[in-house]
Design a protein around this ligand. Structure first.
Ligand code: MUC
Ligand code: MG
Length: 367
């Protein structure tokens, strides 16, 4: 169970259509596959998605910090010393997806060593999650057509609509078109990725007051300290903090400041070890949680599913587990399949996927 090597492999898989949102856009999954090897031949795997516009990480930076800073500090530790790993990685500020991929690859190796699914080791609450699909910026007709396809083909009936454009009517028209098309048969919520000011956010939410939204997420920046508190105080739906809460301490700060009333948990940025801390904190504070999507590929989605299905509160709301559908291909031997609106987790040991060596050889960028 001793860690002998940590590898960081860059790969790139194109998207069939880009995902656009207020803070950026993604055309290809230019991620880093992280492999943790042990002295008894086990290999744990996870992926880190660089999000320069959200956390300041890049593909090159993730590889450098894993190879030069993290690997030397954890080689020689055992898979059971995860708190030691967490403490050592925490000496370095930032780098959330690099730290998380290392953490989840260690959990994957631990599950494989014990012959048990990671979801069961974490909590084992359920074997499935309801799926929510993120709709990126486009015109109302195109976004309605995408939602129709997701409903008809995959049975998905919860949609997170990206908002944050100017004028706000560009986005409120989309939400209205979705509600008009689907009536009460779908759940809708919005995510601004900090695109609006507090007053634009308030105006947009008033404009959508009759549209029965579930949540509003990160409509304006948390750095609009007073403005955001003012906004959150007047909403009658939970306000989800996402990129403003990359750590448990950030959750405490934002919630106590009145800057949010719910939390997005993303395994891509808090792995399993720190996501568990955020989950427990949210439970203690009485906060609703949503399993979020960091525009994950299938590896990252399997991680989010493993964590989300492990607890009651994380599996209560639909999890954002479907945006890998926009990728032209992926790395798994057995692809994830969404049916009837649900994603079922694997019963295999570890996180529950195998990497196809031919696909990795094809998409990796380092040879
Ligand atoms: C989300 O919930 O914000 C878009 C940008 C990002 O960092 O994550 C995604 C999804
Ligand atoms: Mg978000």
């Amino acid at each position: 169970m001793k860690i002998t090597a940590v590898e960081a492999i860059p790969f790139s898989i194109p998207y069939s259509k880009p995902l656009r949102f207020a803070s950026g856009e993604v055309h290809a999954a230019e991620h880093v596959l992280v492999r943790v090897r042990t002295d008894d031949g086990i290999v744990g795997v996870a992926e880190a998605p660089p999000r320069p516009f959200t956390y300041g990480e890049t593909q090159d930076g993730i590889i450098a910090v894993i190879e030069k800073v993290f690997a030397p500090q954890i080689v020689g530790l055992t898979l059971l010393e995860r708190e030691v790993v967490t403490t050592r990685l925490a000496r370095t500020v930032g780098n959330p997806t690099a730290k998380s991929a290392v953490d989840m690859a260690i959990w994957d190796a631990l599950g494989k060593s014990l012959g048990m699914p990671v979801a069961d080791l974490l909590g084992g609450y359920t074997d499935r999650m309801r799926v929510s699909h993120m709709l990126g910026f486009d015109d109302p007709a195109t976004m309605v057509a995408e939602a129709e396809k997701m409903r008809d083909v995959y049975g998905i009936s919860t949609f997170k609509v990206k908002v944050g454009r100017r004028p706000v009517h560009l986005d409120t028209a989309v939400v209205r078109a979705l509600r008009e098309r689907f009536g009460n048969s779908v759940d809708l919520y919005v995510d601004g990725n900090r695109g609006w000011t507090p007053s634009e956010s308030a105006r947009a939410m008033k404009d959508m007051a009759d549209l029965d939204l579930l949540f509003a997420e990160e409509l304006c920046p948390a750095d609009d300290v007073i403005g955001r508190r003012w906004l959150v105080g007047q909403l009658d739906v939970p306000f989800i903090a996402d990129e403003s809460v990359p750590t448990a301490a950030d959750v405490t700060r934002e919630i106590l400041a009145g800057a949010a009333t719910a939390i997005s948990i993303k395994t891509a940025r808090t792995g399993f070890t720190a996501s568990r801390r955020v989950h427990h904190l949210a439970e203690g504070l009485g906060l609703e949680v949503v399993i979020g999507n960091q525009i994950d590929g299938q590896v990252g989605t399997a991680c989010a599913l493993a964590f989300g299905s492990a607890f009651e509160s994380t599996s209560r709301n639909a999890g954002e587990l479907s945006n890998f559908l926009d990728m032209t291909d992926d790395l798994l031997t057995i692809p994830l399949r969404i049916s009837d609106g649900y994603l079922h987790r694997s019963a295999c040991a570890g996180i529950g996927f195998e990497i196809d060596p031919d696909k990795l050889a094809h998409y990796r960028l380092d040879r």
